[in-house]
Design a protein around this ligand. Sequence first.
Ligand code: SF4
Ligand code: SF4
Length: 104
Amino acid sequence: MADEKEIKWTGVKDMPPMAVSLGSMRVNKTGNWRNLRPVIDYEKCIYCFICWKFCPEPSIDIEAAQISERVDKKPVINLNYCKGCGICAEECPVKCIEMVKEEI
Ligand code: SF4
Ligand code: SF4
């Protein structure tokens, strides 16, 4: 159209500020997006940490834990950052992560 101003797109520097994530992933707490929450069944977990590897947010912490006879590490969901995408549950090789509905 003749009187519409032509938009010249020259790259990411032209994007409006709120279209991009500001700061590091630790600053942006994505947990309030969530309507499903992952719950790990530690009886079935084999501590492979594939969930940690695939999680797109910094929302699976690895914490020290007593596992049967030994002290080892286990995955713990950090709900400040977990957005409930379910990738961890999908990728878990023994399907020990259940996505449950958030209580509002
Ligand atoms: S549901 Fe998504 S964001 Fe939350 S722990 Fe699993 S992979 Fe990470
Ligand atoms: S992917 Fe599943 S089995 Fe592996 S550490 Fe995570 S919860 Fe445990």
